[in-house]
Design a protein around this ligand. Structure first.
Ligand code: ZN
Length: 327
């Protein structure tokens, strides 16, 4: 066997296909997302996004970063009513105003919301057109609480829903799965698609916790799968919920595209919830989701940042998630 070590031969050209996929993970962000100003002491602050982008740039120095475009009104109208678009885009506040107790509209928020939703559009186009294999959108404000007509829970537009509707309406996909592992239930995403059998929505989350929805009994048109976890639950319960209930539902659905609402606030360090996940739990679930994406969706995955309010947890969890996303 040692003979091989001393007699290297140039590899046949076809073996070069063993190099990692030439359609890499693409990253999307925009400086406007930092200017959405929620005010002092608000948990959903620009430092979150700074931490995520810095950590990803350090961990993946060769990665391709794209500046997110603005979503168009027509792309937003697929999931939102005109009254919400007008509230976010045409209020033009001179100072911060509260849309509800948690949700702020600042002078720069409209542009941030357009860029966050636009990242969802561009990332979806990239993976469905084959220029990227997977995409991660490092954006804010987050999106999964926003319903068709109401901004809530720090969310203005529902970015992941905009992505799913774009995949359906612009690309003609008939089966799109959204996996949401943010510690809060993605009530907005569920409400937008609960009568849409072409979109499968799966969520693990703490319950009770804001927004106090996401019970197992909420099944929509049979396309909704909720796995509530009690306060204090950790990686073992989290993995069991996905392994026994949510991942098999994705497998049976055979999605043509897998979307991820990637909130990292189920981490044990997070100040807003009481689940006890570690970064490795996010890596595990991401790998499991990729197995299904490879099986059914040609490996196509778009992941979007949702919540996560401890900066150290955000850094290590987003890096663990994206490292597992890499081919
Ligand atoms: Zn959350």
């Amino acid at each position: 066997m040692s003979r091989c070590l001393h007699a290297p031969r140039s590899a046949p050209r076809y073996l070069s296909r063993q190099v990692p996929d030439d359609r890499p993970v693409h990253f999307y962000t925009h400086p406007a997302c930092l200017a959405h100003d929620t005010g002092p002491a608000h948990a959903e602050r620009s430092e979150r996004l700074v931490a995520v982008v810095q950590a990803l740039r350090e961990a993946f120095p060769a990665a391709t970063w794209h500046e997110a475009p603005r979503a168009s009104r027509g792309q937003l109208q697929r999931v939102h009513v005109d009254a919400l678009l007008a509230q976010v885009l045409e209020t033009h506040p001179d100072v911060r105003i509260q849309l509800d107790a948690d949700t702020v509209l600042s002078p720069a928020s409209a542009e941030a919301a357009l860029r966050a939703a636009g990242a969802a559009i561009a990332a979806t186009d990239a993976v469905l057109q084959g220029t990227a294999r997977r995409a991660f959108c490092a954006v804010r404000p987050p999106g999964h609480h926003a319903t068709a007509d109401t901004a809530m829970g720090f969310c203005l537009f529902n970015n992941i829903a905009v992505a799913a509707a774009h995949a359906r309406d612009a690309h003609g996909l008939e089966r799109i799965a959204i996996a949401d592992f943010d510690v809060h239930h993605g009530n907005g995403t569920q409400a937008i698609f609960e009568a849409e059998p072409r979109v499968l929505f799966l969520s693990s989350h703490q319950l009770p916790l804001y927004p106090d929805s996401g019970f197992v009994e909420e099944r929509g048109a049979g396309n909704i799968h909720n796995a509530p976890l009690p306060p204090g639950a950790g990686g073992t319960q989290f993995r069991a919920a996905w392994q026994t209930r949510l991942l098999p539902a994705i497998d049976a659905f055979r999605p043509q595209l897998l979307l991820i609402s990637a909130g990292f606030d189920a981490h044990w360090r997070d100040p807003l919830a009481q689940l006890q996940l570690q970064a490795d739990d996010y890596a595990w679930l991401t790998r499991e989701l990729l197995v299904l994406a490879e099986r059914h969706a040609d490996g196509r995955v778009v992941s979007m940042l949702e919540g996560g309010y401890d900066l150290d947890a955000l850094r290590e969890s987003s890096v663990a998630h994206v490292a597992a996303l890499a081919p």
